[in-house]
Design a protein around this ligand. Structure first.
Ligand SMILES: [Mn+2]
Length: 314
């Protein structure tokens, strides 16, 4: 494979496989199940290929719908169905990496990340390597069934990844935690539940809040975050919750919160990720077309993906 970059990109051409996971059982506001479709409609594949990448679409992982299923345990609603989807999805991510392709995962709510990270971590574990994780989000998603005020599993995937539970989600591929705390970095959080603060300390993950970005700037924060996630690892997975970006620019998300990253800050973060060239896999979650305006949040998701995959301004 060639390692030269095209005049239009900062990274060499990649073989990419797109995987849709239209899961909306992890949260109560419906509509993120249409996220993968909205991002495809916004031209993800063609625009990545225009950058020189080779892209195939694996379609969608099959997902139960709420109307067919019972909620189950109110402290972790639809956990059985979400675990089944994440387990299937994790296998597909593993196979994608085995085939020498970079997974781009389209959510769905953020609980899909429990499957994505399991698949990436398992692939590298088999080669006795560790991975890092960059978790870009307004929320810290580190609740457990005992702490969650809502019982919505999309607030729990980071807890699952770090081995704090729920056990069904933590134990995909039978090992836990999936990422060492020193290599797990939250970026841009601004809305954290009380008990989650305790979980963050207990898990020992690294955190950069929106205040860090305000005070130090995006460049300094991203350089630190990528260094932490990359230290002693094969590279890192990047999990991008679109609610990280300010609702002004990304209104169509599962859980909008004021005070997010600006349009340019978000692009800069992705451009810095591309410059470092160590991203192993990428995912975009929580795009909700039902409350979006003419698909512009999905269009932004595509643009940010292009930046993360090497698109340069000049
Ligand atoms: Mn999230």
């Amino acid at each position: 494979m060639t390692t030269t970059t095209t005049p239009f990109t900062s990274i060499s051409p990649r073989k990419i496989r797109v995987i849709g996971v239209p899961l909306d059982l992890g949260q109560s506001r419906r509509g993120v199940d249409m996220g993968p479709s909205a991002v495809r409609v916004a031209g993800l594949e063609a625009r990545l290929e225009a950058l020189g990448h080779v892209v195939e679409d694996a379609g969608n992982v099959s997902v139960a719908i709420a109307e067919q299923k019972k909620e189950g345990d109110p402290r972790a609603k639809y956990l059985k169905e979400i675990t089944a989807t994440c387990t299937k999805h994790a296998e597909l991510v593993l196979k994608t990496l085995e085939a020498g392709k970079v997974p781009i995962v389209l959510g769905g709510d953020h609980s899909v990340a429990a499957g994505t990270v399991a698949g990436v971590a398992e692939f590298y574990r088999r080669q006795e390597q560790k991975i890092g994780l960059i978790w870009i989000d307004a929320h810290s998603d580190i609740n457990t069934p005992d702490s969650s005020p809502s019982g919505n599993v999309h607030g729990m995937p980071l807890a699952a990844i770090m081995g704090l539970g729920p056990p069904e989600l933590s134990n995909i591929f039978n090992f836990s935690p999936k990422v060492n705390p020193d290599n797990c970095v939250l970026v841009g959080v601004r809305d954290i539940d009380g008990i989650e603060k305790e979980h963050i300390r207990r898990a020992g993950v690294e955190v950069f809040t929106m205040r860090d970005i305000d005070e130090r700037g995006m460049r300094a924060v991203m350089e630190d975050a990528l260094r932490m996630a990359g230290r002693g690892t094969a590279g890192y997975h990047v999990s991008l919750d679109m609610d990280w970006i300010d609702p002004e620019d990304a209104p169509g998300v599962g859980t909008p919160v004021r005070g997010g990253a600006t349009y340019r800050e978000a692009h800069l973060a992705m451009e810095i990720i591309a410059d470092h060239g160590r991203m192993l896999s990428f995912e975009i979650v929580e795009v909700n077309p039902v409350i979006d305006e003419h698909n512009r949040t999905a269009v932004l998701a595509v643009e940010l993906t292009l930046s993360a995959f090497g698109k340069k301004i000049l």
